[in-house]
Design a protein around this ligand. Structure first.
Ligand code: NAD
Length: 498
């Protein structure tokens, strides 16, 4: 059985802990590797290693850092296919989708290659007679990243390229369910010339996470995962005096107005609901059909759902792979059943799907549930599977109110031909990322990514300008260089400009 390694101080290691977890192949249902679960002592070793590396990395020049970032960027480009296949084997998503995830992560590396421009400070000449004022930003120290299973390459790349470019060192605790990408990326960093100890990986579960949250040498924690854990990370991390950004779960709605073209809208809804088997934090899981839009929409979406090719992620014909574990499959199947029991209409039922040659894989077929109401479990829960619920509303304002009553606020979209309705929507929704005829509005790397309400705890969104701000703190210098012969003119009153 293959063993996945931690990566500490530029070397693979399995650490001291004897606890391990299985890594499944979701397409076959078989265990393919095991991953060590770090103890608090293993985490301490990684953090101390990162803290020691910070001493010199934080003093490295911007030129030295960007040279390594450009080399790392090139290696990601060259190894995109290997990364995508590794992701597909452990996560289950189709390889083309995994390539897309690597590409979106790569864009953050490219953003970080511009760090000299991003770290420029401000300068004010002669703010008082003979006095200048300027600011610059410094790295924080050891930063930790705790990441979810659904984007094993991209979500960590939202964090570490920016943190490292800013002069921090990093300890990544990736999801224990698809851990191999992290070790592979660590090797690429080493090949790019990153000094040992600047980027470290510890695998693990709650024990490792708690050790990071409590460690006095961890300055900042970036978390992406489910809402209950995000809330916990934020509370415990900030209580320990750390800077914390914790991105949580989602329930993303797409409003469909009667003036939206049905073919375009249903194509995009199906891709956004069932791509990556619905295991995306920006997946559309609720379509809100306004006025007369519902019946035609449900018919079109249902036909496309039935025609979606479900199969192993490595099969080039597959459009949708399995979900991550047997437990995830059983939970999703249970929620679909609850929808039927609570009065919704199963327009397409993906339970009981069997993929020839992969009968033991963790597959759930695309599912469309119509006539969903706010009180049903399928509406209230983040299903995180290939399930699209259709809710009906009379007006745009009623649809906007529905979105705003939801505890999550990650992403949302509207499909319409009306600029007036789109503008009312973009100004009215309490959601962080908004699409207009774009179902998955993930911002480019040079903007920041983040939701509102229970989809993000903390003050800063991730990557982009807010990422640079999160991973640095400002110094403001007031400077005077008096001529030796000049009077000192010191006084006891509070300094004011002269
Ligand atoms: P998860 O919350 O179960 O796990 C995330 C991380 O937290 C993992 O590294 C895991 O090991 C760790 N963890 C799990 N339980 C813990 C505990 N009790 N104490 C401490 N640490 C713990 O999330 P997941 O199932 O891996 O990922 C899916 C979730 O992530 C979904 O809710 C999805 O919406 C969310 N997500 C959000 C975004 C976003 O940008 N907002 C992006 C991707 C995924």
């Amino acid at each position: 059985m293959r063993t996945v390694n931690h990566w500490i101080g530029g070397k693979p290691t399995t650490g001291d802990s004897t606890r391990t977890a299985p890594v499944w192949n979701p397409a076959t249902g078989e265990q393919q590797a095991e991953v060590p679960l770090a103890s608090a002592a293993d985490v301490d070793t990684a953090v101390r290693t990162a803290a020691a590396a910070f001493e010199s990395w934080s003093q490295s020049s911007l030129s030295q850092r960007t040279k390594i970032l450009f080399a790392f960027r090139q290696l990601i480009v060259e190894h995109t296919q290997q990364l995508a296949e590794m992701i597909s084997d452990e996560h289950g998503k189709v390889v083309s989708d995994a390539r897309g995830e690597v590409q979106r992560g790569l864009e953050v590396v490219e953003f970080a290659c511009g760090i000299p421009q991003l770290l420029k400070g401000e300068y004010s000449d002669q703010v008082s007679t003979g006095v200048d004022l300027f600011s610059f930003r410094e790295p924080l120290g050891v930063c930790a990243g705790i990441t979810p299973f659904n984007f094993p390459a991209m979500v960590p790349m939202w964090m570490y390229p920016v943190a490292i470019a800013c002069g921090n060192t990093f300890v990544l605790k990736p999801s224990e369910r698809d851990p191999s990408t992290a070790e592979y990326v660590a090797q690429l960093w080493a090949e790019a010339g990153l000094p040992d100890g600047v980027f470290n990986v510890v695998h693990g579960d709650k024990e490792a996470v708690d050790a990071l949250l409590d460690h006095p040498e961890v300055a900042a924690v970036s978390f992406v995962g489910s809402t209950p854990i995000a809330r916990y990370i934020h509370e415990r991390g900030t209580a320990a005096g750390k800077r914390v950004q914790a991105l949580g779960g989602a329930k993303n709605h797409a409003i469909v107005l009667p003036d939206a073209p049905v073919d375009y809208t249903s194509d995009h809804l199906v891709a956004a609901a069932f791509g990556s088997a619905g295991e995306r934090c920006m997946a559309i899981s609720a379509a809100v059909a306004v006025g007369g839009a519902a019946d035609e929409l449900v018919a079109a979406v249902s036909e496309k759902a039935r025609n979606t090719k479900v199969g192993p992620g490595r099969d080039a014909d597959s459009e949708m792979g399995p979900v991550i574990t047997a437990a995830a499959r059983d939970r999703i199947v249970g929620l679909i059943g609850s929808g039927a029991e609570q009065g919704a209409t199963l327009a397409v039922d993906g339970r009981g799907i069997s993929v020839p040659g992969h009968e033991n894989g963790f597959f759930v077929g695309p599912t469309v549930i119509d006539n969903v109401t706010r009180d049903m479990d399928v509406y209230r829960e983040e299903i995180f599977g290939p399930v699209l619920s259709v809710v009906r509303a009379e007006t745009v304002d009623e649809a906007i109110a529905l979105i705003n009553a939801n505890p999550y606020g990650n992403g949302t979209a509207i499909f319409t031909s009306s600029g007036e309705a789109a503008r009312r929507f973009q100004r009215g929704v309490k959601v962080g990322m908004i699409g207009i005829n774009v179902p998955i509005p993930v911002p480019m790397a040079y903007y920041s990514f983040g939701g509102w309400k229970d989809s993000l705890f903390g003050d800063k969104h991730i990557h982009g300008p807010e990422g640079v701000s999160f991973y640095t703190r400002a110094k403001v210098v007031t400077s005077r260089w008096p001529r030796v012969s000049q009077d000192s003119a010191a006084s006891f009153h509070f300094p004011t400009a002269t």
